[in-house]
Ligand binder design. Sequence first.
Ligand code: WQD
Length: 344
Amino acid sequence: MKSKILVTGGLGFIGSHTVVALIEQGYEVVIIDNLSNSSINVLGGITKITQVTPEFENIDLRNKEEVLGFFEKHTNIAGVIHFAASKAVGESVENPLLYYENNLATLIYLLQRLSEKEDANFIFSSSCTVYGQADTLPISESAPVKKAESPYGNTKQIGEEIIKDTCKVHPNLKAISLRYFNPIGAHPSAEIGELPIGTPQNLVPFITQTAIGKREQLSVFGNDYPTNDGTCIRDYIHVMDLARAHVVALKRLMNNEAESNYDVFNLGTGKGNSVLEVIQSFERTTGKKLSYKIAERREGDITAAYADTIKANSVLGWRSEKDLDEALESAWKWEKKVTDSEKN
Ligand code: WQD
């Protein structure tokens, strides 16, 4: 009998890659997605890769009754991986209540249901954004959580606290928060990838859209930071490595391998790359010359962040395997596929 896993936000960027990894590991998957930041076409991409079409329910997790109804219908959910949330830093500053409702009320409704179960396994999509500008690099899980720079970052910090407090009074609920660094890339088949709606906020989709001619020119947000080449440093992790980490973390909970019922892991490569290094890697890997200019700094950006991966490597038994070139090559292959399908 296959274990059935709920993936909320399962038609999103990281969610869809994790659904593929779960199916390939023999799990049965049911997806909840309200399609607010994804497309139903992603389900077709998942099917093309796995030859399996997971169950899909178009539910808005802000609707408490719908969440209740889902768990009354699906009584055999063995684990939940919770991706569904709003994630645009800038938008969260303009519309904080949208973020507090969509990222926190939904989490609370899910936890209310899971805390009633005899055995509940919960993986939470968190972010290195909780560290702000860390005092020391690389950043370990013991680094202090700093005052969030945005409501988005605040919802990740508060979300982790809500889960931790709930686990304290519900020993039957086991949870892990995964703090992602910068997810990039796409499945090597180019059947699924990142689908930013409107103008991409993140670096890599902006690079690939510039290279394919959808964007005029990339603006590099500042080259006067205290780094080797003056541009910001980040830890860019391939989405395939990230997806695999979710399956490893879920297995850890389902096999009751953890001493405590709440833990946190950083998911990164442990290597930092500057914006200019990412551009150079893209040009070298794809042979495409990128048009870019140096622009003003972006409000809220930190100088540098890259992960201390010791805990994920030693405790979780996971490490990233793909490098920056491979991630950018897959992102470029995906961009070309999306653009071709838009033309047809
Ligand atoms: C990376 C670097 C920019 C765009 C955010 C969230 C994080 C996660 C990933 C959700 C920075 C520079 C970018 C551009 C640029 N989101 N840049 N020109 O800000 O590190 O992280 O997205 O889970 O939680 O905080 O990622 O890709 O936006 O920026 O120069 O057009 O690229 O200044 O140095 P970021 P990013």
